[in-house]
Design a protein. Structure first.
Length: 931
């Protein structure tokens, strides 16, 4: 049989079913096998050969392959074995890996009981390449034999020998161990050494007499294991009998370290004896425990006494917890019952002191597997938690807990600085259970808040939320779970409802209702700036049905009179209405967003009949809606777009018409430098911030039509724009396709006012890389000899190519003269003023970055140098902002040396107060408007 595809294999098999012993010859050959069969390979076997021949009474097995995989070092495996129906003899299993080999020989027999005898040998094992942080070189031998019969087992390891080194520390393990299923162990001797550290165990456990000694002497644990350090020394002695054991322990450890945990000193002393009763003492002392956010100076545990009378005291000193606990008790061996008392218990915690106000009576009955916990209270200056009745906890039981007081100030250490909470909660919990019966526990929980107020800081402004009523409840009875709430906001609306789940372990049917009554959006006004506001009411009456796998929702959610006014809003919103109607496993949306100019009509629907394949759609259609993004953009848009969402994809399609727009881009200082494409943002720990990708991909396909009344004023260009663009977004990113033309326009450059004769921007891919084809010429009326001179810009936006041209064609020098002076180089006129203006214009055009840097040095923002005027009235003007909203301009005439000082202060986005002082003085109030 030949297999091909994900598995390439040749299988040859020959048998004689009618012959005794079932003779079989089987051969499997594969050049390469991998797992899993498809997708990324985790394991791979090369040159696999398996051969089985003979009969059930006498067969031989041979296996060869080379394996590799994730977390598995490359290895060559060789197996030779023979056997019959009663046993298998593993002649040799060899695994060649880690620069050495591991060999196993064994005999497994199952004729009467399962028994084995084997020998494992390690030769030249080296983990340096696989585990470079903890390199090891090992050789060793382990012999073992044992048997398994019924529910009992026994094992004998007569020889354990392991030598080598681990991270330059010599390793030596020698000894033997014998044990069985009755937990009887005989250890003639077991010695473990790692560098200077040694441990020895010798003796017997579980047999009639107990006689076991264990010692440890570890003067240097540093790097014995990765992250481990310190010293340890001690002994443990076990004597006596199983019925009357005796234990003596004395262990000391210093400067222990494990990863980020460090302990300065550990001291354990114990002396436990058993005659008629177990008695003795155990003392534990741990000093200076340290790890991130934990610093415990001292922990002591002292236990002493006997079965009839014993005492335990725990003390903790440090941060974040310190305190003490005291426990006394007695044990009745005949009744298998322990009774005790927990008292004198108190702790200091991050939420304040926590103390036990009265002793707790404890009663544990081992035969019934039940513990009783008596009434008690835990108190804190801000809270009190009480158990009013005895709790009997076992296979069945009941517990009642009262939260008499819980001040939210207790949560302050765990809340961010931007969140503040005040108020007091109280509540009750009553839970009963019976694990001997099927079903869930029964119980109820209620929680009630009084004078609750939460203040959240949003954008550096406090948002207070106060509650007149805050009640929460949960109930589980008669195979039904229910969650209810009633929330009344101060000077606002109410939210109430309940959710029920019937048969929580089976069908999990849903029921209940959710109501929102007169919730006013004005609640968020405190986080808005002065002059901004939100208005509107939210009401909802919803009903739940269906089940958890297929939830259903009925009813309506309404937003009425919604009006949001703020600088962040791109349009002047008027009171608007939106409604969502729920019809089981689907919903519809309708509404309109009104603005001072135009409105946007909304419609949509959603469906979750297939909960893993839900779908939602929203359509927006409007006509000439005025959009304002101060201080640069004002435009009218007529959108007709559709947004659709599924678990795997978001899509945005449609068309946006822009019939009218005014775009004014204020001059950016020529010293401004754009953000580098290889910018790396760092967090507070100076680590690169990983860019989070959207969980669901977004595809868009929008047509943007730029109408005939769109004007741009930016960087010296005043022009009218028109054209069509297709905005597409997919997993490759955002792209633009289309053309924007400039039918008319003027461009100020080199001290000249150029006319745009031709302008085209071609987009085909990234939005920041259009192809340019622009021609700007000097005003023909100001150019002699009927010459047309101008500048032609072509190429991509990131690498534009500019050239001077003329009609008729002439040399570059001559064309430049016509462009800048309006006349040729050989003109008979001696226009020194024109030449001076030209040179000043050229110089100013090249000095932008230097001037900007000078302004930054002296604290003047947007410092710029430019020319104004023409001919004899030309000026060199320097301008900048000395304060936000206050601009200073100083101009000096090129030919008359007359100076003009201008101060302009912006009172409002379109209202300015301007003072001019020069040959004449003037004080003007300027207001920009359009009609």
């Amino acid at each position: 049989m030949n297999l091909s595809g994900p598995v390439d294999m040749v299988l040859r098999a020959q048998t004689q079913l009618a012959e005794a012993g079932l003779p079989l010859n089987l051969e499997v050959v594969s050049k390469q096998l991998s797992w899993p069969f498809t997708g990324e390979k985790q394991f791979q076997a090369d040159d696999l050969k398996l051969k089985l021949s003979g009969k059930m009474t006498d067969y031989t097995l041979s296996f060869r392959t080379a394996v590799k995989g994730q977390g598995v070092p490359p290895a060559n495996i060789t197996l030779d074995a023979k056997g019959n129906e009663q046993q298998v003899n593993l002649d040799k299993l060899t695994v060649a890996a880690l620069e050495g080999k591991t060999e196993l020989t064994a005999l497994l027999d199952w004729q009467q009981a399962i028994s084995w005898r084997g020998e494992l040998k390690l030769t030249g094992i080296n983990t340096a390449k696989e585990v470079p942080d903890w390199p090891s070189k090992l050789d060793g031998l382990i012999k073992t034999r044992g048997s398994l019969y019924g529910g009992t087992w026994q094992m004998d390891v007569p020889e354990i020998k392991l030598t080598g080194n681990v991270k330059q520390n010599k390793v030596n393990v020698e000894g033997s161990v014998k044990g069985n299923s009755y937990l009887q162990w005989v250890i003639p001797g077991l010695h473990v050494a790692l560098g200077r550290n040694t441990a020895d165990i010798k003796g017997e456990l579980g047999v009639k007499d107990l006689n076991l000694d264990a010692t440890i002497d570890a003067p240097n644990l540093d790097n014995a294991l990765p992250g481990l350090g310190g010293t340890a020394k001690g002994l443990v002695k076990v004597r006596g009998t199983v019925e009357a054991p005796q234990l003596l322990a004395d262990i000391t450890a210093n400067n222990l370290r494990w990863q980020e945990l460090s302990v300065a000193r550990v001291r354990v002393e114990g002396d436990v004896k058993s005659t008629d009763q177990i008695g003795g003492s155990l003392n534990l002392r741990v000093e200076r425990i340290s790890q991130p956010d934990v610093n415990i100076n001292l922990v002591t545990l002292d236990a002493k006494g006997n079965e009839k009378q014993h005492d335990l005291q725990l003390r903790v000193q440090g941060e974040p917890v310190s305190g003490q606990l005291h426990l006394t008790g007695s044990f009745d061996r005949k009744e298998e019952r322990w009774k005790g008392t927990l008292d004198n218990t108190r702790f200091t915690t991050p939420v304040g002191p926590l103390a036990l106000s009265r002793s707790i009576a404890l009663d544990y009955r081992n035969a019934e597997q039940k513990i009783s916990i008596g009434p008690h209270c835990w108190t804190n200056p801000n809270a009190e938690l009480c158990v009013p009745q005895t709790i009997d906890a076992g296979a069945e039981g009941r517990a009642q807990i009262n939260l008499n007081r819980f001040d939210l100030a207790m949560l302050k250490p765990f809340m961010p600085d931007t969140t503040q909470a005040s108020g007091v909660f109280s509540g009750k919990a009553d839970v009963a259970w019976d694990t001997t019966k099927e079903g869930l526990p029964q119980g109820s929980v209620t929680l009630s808040g009084r004078n609750v107020k939460v203040t959240q800081e949003v954008n550096d402004a406090p948002l207070p939320v106060a509650f007149d009523t805050l009640n929460l409840s949960a109930d589980l009875h008669n195979n039904r779970a229910q969650l209810g709430w009633t929330i009344r906001l101060t000077n606002n609306g109410q939210l109430d409802g309940e959710v029920q789940i019937t048969d929580p372990q089976g069908r999990r049917n849903l029921g209940g209702n959710v109501n929102v009554r007169n919730f006013n959006l004005a609640m968020v006004n405190p986080i808005f700036a002065r002059g901004e506001k939100a208005e509107g009411m939210v009401n909802a009456n919803l009903r739940l049905a269906g089940n958890v796998q297929s939830p259903q929702l009925f009813g309506q959610l309404r937003l009425s009179g919604v009006d949001i006014d703020g600088n962040f809003m791109p349009f002047d919103m008027q009171p608007s209405q939106i409604a969502m109607n729920f019809n089981g496993m689907s919903s519809t949306l309708s509404g309109s967003v009104l603005t001072q100019q135009g409105q946007i009509n909304l419609s949509g629907d959603a469906d979750w009949s297939q909960i893993d394949n839900w779908r939602a759609r929203i359509a927006a259609k409007g006509s000439r809606v005025r959009i304002t993004v101060p201080p640069m953009v004002r435009l009218d848009v007529s959108p007709d777009v559709v947004f659709e969402a599924t678990p795997s994809l978001f899509t945005l399609d449609g068309r946006v018409d822009v019939p009218w727009a005014r775009i004014v881009v204020h001059d950016v200082p020529e010293s401004a430098v754009g953000v580098s494409s290889d910018e790396v943002m760092l967090n507070e720990n100076l680590k690169p911030i990983e860019q989070k990708s959207a969980g669901i991909p977004i595809n868009s396909n929008l047509i943007v039509h730029v109408g005939n009344n769109v004007r741009l004023n930016a960087f010296g260009l005043k022009a009218r724009l028109t054209g069509d663009l297709k905005v597409a977004q997919d997993k490759q990113g955002l792209g633009l396709n289309g053309q924007i033309t400039i039918p008319e326009g003027r461009f100020h450059a080199y001290g000249q006012d150029l006319i745009v004769r031709k302008g085209e921007l071609l987009f085909s891919g990234p939005p920041d890389q259009p192809l340019l084809n622009i021609e700007a010429i000097r005003n023909p009326e100001a150019t002699e000899d009927d010459v047309i001179a101008g500048v032609r810009v072509t190429g991509s936006a990131d690498e534009p190519k500019a050239e001077i041209f003329s009609d008729p064609a002439m040399s570059q020098q001559e064309a430049l003269s016509y462009l800048l002076r309006g006349q040729g180089l050989n003109s008979g006129q001696s226009d020194s003023a024109a030449m001076t203006s030209m040179l000043v214009g050229l110089g100013v055009a090249q000095s932008g970055q230097v001037v900007g840097k000078i302004g930054e040095t002296f604290g003047v923002s947007n410092l710029a140098l430019d020319t104004q005027g023409v001919g004899d009235s030309s000026q060199v003007v320097v301008s900048g902002y000395v304060l936000p909203g206050l601009q200073v301009k100083y101009g000096v005439g090129i030919f008359d040396s007359l100076a003009t000082l201008t101060l302009r202060y912006r009172l409002m986005p379109k209202l300015y107060l301007e003072a001019v002082s020069g040959v004449d003085q003037a004080l003007d109030l300027l207001y920009q408007f359009e009609f």
